[in-house]
Design a protein around this ligand. Structure first.
Ligand SMILES: [Zn+2]
Length: 214
């Protein structure tokens, strides 16, 4: 495997987006699409000779999907969980939470609905989907076992957890998601959240002040 991995904190809230590229295969995958991401990603794709084969969305909050409509128009198929369908198709519904208030919000269609426990092959490796609601109903993580990395959206942060006070959020549900679907990954798996630095499953199990391992 010859995967290259880059993090692009982008958009108004410095949302982490990720680009996995395999120059040998000429293929790439993006995870999440904050506003203006395509400005940063398209030159990397061009220089590496890679085609974007998928846009994986961890959830439907506006700061994770601001550039998704634009990227979908390039022909890259979009993956997301159906519980956030309304936010994907009508991001306008989150307008009252958006910053800045006049932010551009454009809906788009998801091509592949993902489900808990599903795995699919991409970039010559396997990606497992786990449903981790509680921050919002449709938050999923994408776990690449070969990379020992999970992209968890806003479910879990280094030393923190996602907000549960937004529409569809629920702290009890979030706790269960983290304990049963994130803390059950191997301890040495790197966790990349939607904001801030990376961490590991083991570190959060040992020290996360919001959700203990038991
Ligand atoms: Zn969010």
């Amino acid at each position: 495997m010859s995967l290259d991995f880059r993090v692009f904190p982008s958009g108004y809230l410095q949302t982490n987006a990720f680009l996995l590229t395999d120059a040998q295969r000429g293929e790439a995958v993006a995870i999440d699409a904050p506003h203006f991401l395509w400005n940063d990603v398209s030159p990397v794709l061009r220089d590496s000779g890679c085609e974007l084969k998928a846009l994986l969305l961890t959830h439907g909050h506006y700061d994770h999907i601001g550039d998704a409509a634009r990227i979908a128009k390039t022909g890259a198929p979009v993956y997301g969980h159906a519980a956030d369908r309304a936010m994907f198709e009508t991001p306008e519904m989150m307008r009252s939470y958006a910053y800045p208030p006049d932010i551009q919000l454009e809906g788009f269609s998801v091509d592949h609905w993902v489900e808990d426990g599903q795995s699919f092959e991409i970039l010559g490796t396997s990606c497992e989907v786990r449903h981790v609601p509680g921050h919002c109903p449709g938050n999923v993580l994408f776990y690449f076992a070969d990379l020992k990395t999970a992209f968890v959206g806003d479910a879990l942060f280094a030393g923190g957890v996602g907000r549960w006070d937004l529409p569809g959020g629920d702290f009890e549900v979030l706790q269960t998601s983290i304990r049963e679907r994130i803390y059950t990954l191997p301890d040495d798996v790197v966790v990349w959240p939607g904001h801030g630095p990376d961490t590991t499953v083991g570190a959060e199990k040992a020290t996360n002040p919001y959700v203990s391992a038991q």
